[in-house]
Design a protein around this ligand. Structure first.
Ligand code: MLT
Length: 307
């Protein structure tokens, strides 16, 4: 081939590449997008994902389907999304568990930093310490006495190794020096059902699931895990102010796509996410449930990567 023909062939190939990228930007999304939740339906991550999916669908002009893929503290879902087709139609919403899994699982089949495109942070959510309604301890000092007396007879529910309910439970267990028995579920949705049914004693869980139960009086509630009191439960003391000095657990959430997802797809999805977070109905629902929409600087790939 002459050098001129070679040049024309390369130029034609480059134009084809450019126009296929442009076609994705213009036509995307042309079908339903799946947002994978790594825990059971009805739980706190699911609540945020389903509330987001409505304004996001409006912004994208396509349905956003929430799919619950449970197991192994959220790592099965993350592994599935890491392996999914990077075509812009599969995303994952996850939390602190994404960052802690590498130190908790010996054989994690994905790398949270290199196997995903980071899209954006979403909301920060406080946690609350709860017990079954008929637990004899009526307040935090009574709870400490009761737990010390009962020790490993106490069943602490959680959503699997590395779930935030597990991390919060472990930090609490260590702070009070009581070795409770842990009971894993596929999410804190089913863990909450077990608490309401009296099958387990204790649960540390996010306000996005617990505020309605606390307000309805269906659980015993001992305090929030944040450094300061929160607007959604203004009368509730923090665990730190009740004697657990320095106790602080807060949950961040982020959205990821499989590595290799075209940038114009993640950017369009990220823009729809940012507009959904500003939707007045979504913002009001999150405020009612104690969730804080993250500052604008975190609503970007680098905002999620930086944590
Ligand atoms: C859930 O959505 O079930 C929770 O976020 C699980 C957890 O405690 O991490």
């Amino acid at each position: 081939m002459s050098s001129r023909r070679q040049f024309l062939a390369i130029a034609a190939a480059a134009t084809a590449c450019l126009s296929s990228g442009a076609a994705l930007a213009q036509g995307y999304p042309s079908r339903t997008i799946t947002l994978v939740v790594p825990f059971a339906a009805g739980g706190p991550t699911d609540v945020v994902a389903r509330a987001l999916s409505v304004p996001m669908a409006k912004a994208l002009g396509q349905t956003v389907v929430v799919e619950n893929k449970t197991g192994a503290g959220g790592t099965l879902a993350a592994a599935a999304v890491a392996r999914a087709n990077p075509d812009g139609y599969t995303y994952l919403i996850h939390h602190n568990g994404m960052a802690t899994a590498p130190s908790l699982y010996r054989k994690l089949p994905y790398n949270p930093l290199t196997d995903f495109e980071h899209v954006s942070q979403v909301v920060d959510v406080p946690m609350t310490l709860l017990a079954r309604k008929d637990l004899p301890a009526k307040n935090f000092p009574e709870l400490l006495g009761y737990l010390k007396a009962q020790g490993s007879k106490i069943n602490l529910a959680h959503a699997g190794l590395g779930a935030v309910s597990h991390l919060c439970g472990m930090v609490f267990r260590q702070a009070i020096g009581v070795d409770m028995t842990t009971v894993p579920y596929q999410g804190t949705g089913p863990a909450m059902a077990a608490l309401l049914g009296g099958q387990v004693d204790l649960l540390c869980d996010q306000t996005t699931q617990t505020v309605p139960q606390i307000k309805a009086g269906t659980v015993r509630f001992y305090g929030v895990t944040t450094a300061q009191r929160i607007k959604a439960l203004p009368d509730a003391p923090t665990l730190a102010e009740q004697g657990l000095k320095g106790f602080e657990v807060m949950v961040w959430h982020g959205v990821y796509a499989p590595k290799g997802t075209p940038k114009d797809a993640t950017e369009k999805f990220g823009a729809a996410l940012r507009s959904a977070l500003k939707d007045p109905n979504f913002a009001a629902r999150m405020a009612e449930l104690g969730a804080e929409i993250v500052p604008d600087a975190k609503l970007a790939p680098e905002g999620l990567r930086a944590g």
